[in-house]
Design a protein around this ligand. Structure first.
Ligand SMILES: Cc1cc2nc3c(=O)[nH]c(=O)nc-3n(C[C@H](O)[C@H](O)[C@H](O)COP(=O)(O)O)c2cc1C
Length: 178
C-alpha cells in the first residue's frame, strides 16, 4: 500500500447507520477481518478480546434491542458483533481497567479490518448496567466471565447513504511535541 492508498483507507471509514438490508454479510468476510484483528497488541500478549457474531436477522434484532443507540437503523443491520474480554486474564487492583484498554484496542482493530474487507460498521456503546449485561449474556449464551466492551453493527451501506459530518478536532488540539 502506498501513502495515498493508506490515506484513502484511513479517511474513508465512517460510522454507517443506513445499511442495505437485502445484502447479507458473508461469514468468510467476518472471519477474514477477525483473523486480521488477531494482530492487535495486548498487555503481556494475553489476547483477551473475543467476538461473537450474529448474522440471522431475528438474532440481530434481538441483540440490538438490548442496546440503546441503534433504534433508528436497527432493521437495516445485517450482522452484529458483540466484543468482549475474558476477565479471567486480568488480576489485581492495578489491572482493573486493563480489560477495557485491551478490549477497546481489539474492537478498534476489528472495525478497521471490517473496513478493509469492504464492510461498513457502527460501534454501539455498551455503557450499560450489570443487569443489562446479565440480560445480554443470558440472551446470547455469553459466559459470565466475559465483560462486554462494545457492540458493532455491520453491513453493506445502502446505495446513496449519507453519514454524519462528525467534524474532527484540529491536529494542534490533539498533538503536542514536548
Ligand atoms: C465506543 C463507541 C460507542 C458508540 N456508540 C454509538 C451508539 O450507540 N450509536 C451510534 O449511532 N453511534 C455510536 N458510536 C459512533 C460514534 O458516534 C462515531 O464513531 C463518532 O461520532 C465519530 O464518527 P465516525 O465513526 O463516523 O468517524 C459509538 C462509537 C464508539 C467508539
Amino acid at each position: 500500500m502506498d501513502q495515498d492508498e493508506l490515506e484513502e483507507f484511513f479517511t474513508t471509514r465512517r460510522s454507517v447507520r443506513n445499511f442495505d438490508p437485502a445484502r447479507s454479510v458473508a461469514k468468510e468476510q467476518l472471519a477474514l477481518a477477525t483473523t486480521w484483528a488477531l494482530n492487535t497488541p495486548s498487555v503481556c500478549n494475553r489476547q483477551a478480546g473475543r467476538v461473537y457474531y450474529f448474522t440471522e436477522q431475528s438474532d440481530v434484532e434481538r441483540v440490538l434491542r438490548l442496546q440503546n443507540g441503534n433504534a433508528g437503523f436497527r432493521s437495516s443491520v445485517s450482522a452484529v458483533a458483540v466484543v468482549t474480554v475474558d476477565s479471567r486474564l486480568f488480576t489485581g487492583a492495578t489491572e482493573r481497567n486493563q480489560r477495557w484498554v485491551d478490549g477497546g484496542l481489539f474492537a478498534m482493530t476489528l472495525v478497521w479490518a471490517l473496513h478493509g474487507v469492504g464492510l461498513q460498521t457502527c460501534m454501539l456503546n455498551w455503557s450499560a448496567t450489570n443487569k443489562s449485561s446479565q440480560r445480554l449474556r443470558r440472551e446470547t449464551g455469553i459466559d459470565g466471565h466475559e465483560d462486554i466492551v462494545v457492540l458493532i453493527a455491520v453491513g453493506h451501506a445502502d446505495q446513496g447513504h449519507r453519514v454524519a459530518r462528525s467534524e474532527r478536532r484540529g491536529l494542534e488540539q490533539v498533538m503536542k511535541f514536548i
